[in-house]
Design a protein around this ligand. Structure first.
Ligand code: NAD
Ligand code: DAU
Length: 355
């Protein structure tokens, strides 16, 4: 038995592959085109491991995906590959449309053809697990109940709209062609190997580099933070026991304002790597222009996943964020490698010279 994972050199995908191979001998074929966000170094621990087959390629390459499916005969596809950064989608939506919508469509087409010719027992056992986001539901008011699986789709950024479109395609392939799909809609992840364009690794990196810590607008936007290992555990449960055609919301029950998150990071860094001048990293906080169309609040009701599949996050925000800060402090080489040319170009373009 084999899994085909797409985007397994990115943040969540690489955590999934590493956790998977630590827990089972089932091989993983990892298809990743290695955009700026994909990094072979994330997978260094499984270099030379025969259970990990890395393939450099695009999910939109129908011929390549068809060949991989025929060759490796996976029992499931876990689809992580995407353009994933909201700010980049605002600067340039085109790549998001190509990968998240067209790429997912072509992947589904290849998987549909493969699934159609499997023997009946293999067809019944097969799963296509689509990894999506809570951003498809739009923004909550401060007193609104958390997003459930029946919340209305109301995506607000080009990124969220492209993920919503991919969710709809996945759903349609179930209803029209009978492809055995499942979709997860997860809240904000954090943990090792997250590219430092996202809030938590960006703040750690900028703090240590003595640079400004950019907080958009008033910093009172709320996100529901989930440790990446808990997300990976939820996906494994869905693969094992999720009901075909269902969507499952995944979240940490950890609603925090961005300012709380940034201040927590400053406090942890003050403790673990104090500034040479004895001052707090909090003095580097800089309120900058808000993100256009910035969603005010996300919160996830993960009750269905808990009731049906018995999943609960293992990490609290306090334990997960400490682990995460320690990981970045312990891996300066990884940070150094991913914050080379392309990263610097992005920071200069998005935050201006002051950053
Ligand atoms: P990421 O940007 O860190 O990684 C994406 C990976 O996909 C990279 O390795 C990249 O090289 C690869 N990729 C991009 N385009 C590709 C293509 N055309 N063909 C093959 N590979 C391609 O993203 P992430 O944060 O790890 O997110 C993974 C998935 O989880 C995405 O689908 C995202 O929408 C979803 N998600 C992310 C979060 C989060 O907080 N990061 C939360 C919920 C859902
Ligand atoms: O909710 C799930 C989503 O979480 C995923 O689908 C996305 O792939 C992932 O990138 C993440 O989206 P966000 O936009 O919420 O994450 P980001 O880390 O970019 O920003 C988190 C919050 O912090 C958001 O309210 C914007 C704010 N922010 C972000 C950056 C990069 C700042 O205030 N300053 C910053 O410099």
């Amino acid at each position: 038995m084999t899994l085909l994972v797409t985007g397994g050199a990115g943040f969540i995908g690489s955590n999934f592959v590493l956790d998977w191979l630590a827990g089972t001998d089932e091989p993983v074929v990892n298809l990743d085109v290695l955009t700026y966000a994909g990094n072979r170094q994330n997978l260094a621990a499984v270099d030379g491991d025969a259970r990990h087959i890395f393939v450099h390629g695009d999910i939109g390459d129908f011929a390549l995906v068809s060949k991989l499916l025929a060759e490796h005969q996976p029992r499931a596809v876990l689809h992580f590959a995407a353009e994933s950064h909201v700010d980049r989608s605002i600067h340039g939506p085109e790549d998001f449309i190509q990968t998240n919508i067209v790429g997912t469509f072509r992947l589904l087409e290849a998987v549909r053809a493969y699934h159609g010719q499997l023997p009946e027992t293999a067809q019944n056992a097969f799963r296509f697990l689509h990894v999506s986001t809570d951003e498809v539901y739009g923004s909550l008011g401060s007193d609104d109940p958390a997003f459930s699986e029946s919340s209305r789709y109301a995506p607000n950024s080009p990124y969220a709209a492209s993920k919503a479109a991919s969710d709809h395609l996945v759903r349609a392939y179930r209803h029209t062609y009978g492809l055995p799909v499942l979709t997860s809609n997860c809240s904000n992840n954090y943990g090792p190997y997250q590219f430092p364009e996202k809030l938590i690794p960006l703040v750690i990196h900028h703090a240590l580099a003595g640079r400004a810590l950019p907080v958009y607008g008033d910093g009172l936007q709320v996100r529901d933070w989930l440790y990446v290992g808990d997300h990976c555990a939820a996906l494994r449960r869905m693969l094992d026991a999720g009901r075909i055609g269902e969507t499952y919301n995944v979240g940490g029950c950890n609603e925090k304002t961005n300012l709380e998150v940034v201040r927590t990071l400053c406090t942890l860094l003050d403790e673990l790597r104090p500034r040479a001048d004895g001052q707090s990293y909090a003095m580097q906080i800089d309120f900058v222009a808000d993100r256009p169309g910035h969603d005010r609040r996300y919160a996830i009701d993960a009750g269905k996943l808990e009731r049906e599949l018995g999943w609960r996050p293992a990490e609290s925000f306090e334990t997960g964020i400490r682990r995460t800060v320690r990981w970045y402090l312990d891996h300066p080489d990884w940070v150094e490698q991913v914050t080379s040319g392309a990263y610097r170009e992005w920071v200069g373009r998005h935050y201006g010279a002051a950053a």
